[in-house]
Design a protein around this ligand. Sequence first.
Ligand code: NAP
Length: 453
Amino acid sequence: MTRPRRVAVIGSGPSGIYAADALVSQSEVPVSVDVIDRLPVPFGLVRYGVAPDHMSIRSVRDTLNKVLDKPGVRFIGNLEIGSDVSVADLHAYFDAIIFTYGASRDRRLGIPGEDLDGSVAATDFVAWYCGHPDADRETFERLVPTATSAVVVGVGNVAVDVTRVLAKTVGELDHTDMPQHVLDTLGRSQVADIHLLGRRGPAQATFTTKELRELGELLDADVIVRPEDLAFDEASQAAIAQDKAIARNVEVIREWSTRTPTGKPRRVHVHFLARPVELRGDDRVREVVVERTELDGSGGVTGTGQLTAIPADLVVRSVGYRGTAIDSVPFDERGNVIPHADGRVQREGTTVAGEYVAGWIKRGPTGIIGTNKKDATATVASLLADAGALPAAAHPEPAAFDAFLAGRGIEVVPTAGWQSIDRAEQALGQSRGRDRTTIHDRAELLQQARSTG
Ligand code: NAP
């Protein structure tokens, strides 16, 4: 085959863009890549997951953006695989497909009352404050200004993000790219108490120290830890001794437990050994019933049967993300990932020719942004090793794919369209003294994409 290999990357979050970069940054096998996203804009969780006040982490978008500008790479937004076009369709236009569409759904708690009004998934709350086009604006504009006590379930970095956003003043968020309507709603928040619930002990929490520390440095919120929650069994002591990151987390929490509240208008209560067993309420959630747990000596916990209730008119369930299946692609329903061997998609133990996987939909929702670079590069190495044996596309010319999409009447957002959105967001932000303001409305994003001049 003398022509470049055509590769479709499904998903334009970090793993997708790192995969595209790895494909075009080598010279052994000429490759032309289309990075496809169901949204009109790229960057996945860098845009719609990383907290807007974490400006330096969000700035990774500048690095990702440069990849979309590289020769041999095209962005194709507003194209959903599985509904607009099928994976079988893609095989006619691409020699290989890399699935990097991540894990966008929430995991469930599986307890009574979970679906009461006022109980929301962190995935939805984060999507709202980041300005995701599919966010349920009406729900958050109703819930946030009327809540006084919030419970955030889970002690991972997403739970810490959600807690911080709820605890910060609007002045602490005003410089971010949050949509103005989000800032306005957070400005009307009455939330005074935020309870972060860890079902295991401080040595088992999955947050990272830098993120954790920020909770103790908020302008308008005291952080409160009860000394009796600082429980450590032998497994915890061993974890602290062996893992510096765990030791640092514990040190921060220990210091917090010695603090006396200073009377700030908001309080962040960090609880450990507290497992939610029921959400109770009427027309809206009113309290979370929590069972005290105790460490079982091997990193887990057992229930003690001792129950307490924490008042809550907003519950944010932050217990992890979950991947979902698309179209005909094999899917492991237990692990919520696409089964693979070295990044090659597997169907019942056999490699599916021309299909690859990288990122959270390959390994589950773990790791930092940089983890996806290594992961995507490993998958691309498998693809390049297979380059001579890929099933050849019937219509490998990029123009043939464009004509196919146009024939279906699908209005995609090409790289130039995204660049136009990018300029419009910067102009909108600058008109308010900020670097950028996220445009949240899908119709407006598409409108901006059309005005590429
Ligand atoms: P996570 O780190 O896996 O945290 C999930 C939390 O939910 C854990 O505390 C877990 O407790 C708890 N949980 C799970 N099931 C539960 C249940 N039934 N009842 C009570 N608690 C339950 O996931 P995440 O916070 O969603 O973050 C996803 C990934 O993105 C992580 O790798 C994270 O580090 C990364 N991330 C990084 C940043 C950053 O670097 N700033 C920001 C956001 C996200 P157990 O441990 O007991 O299961």
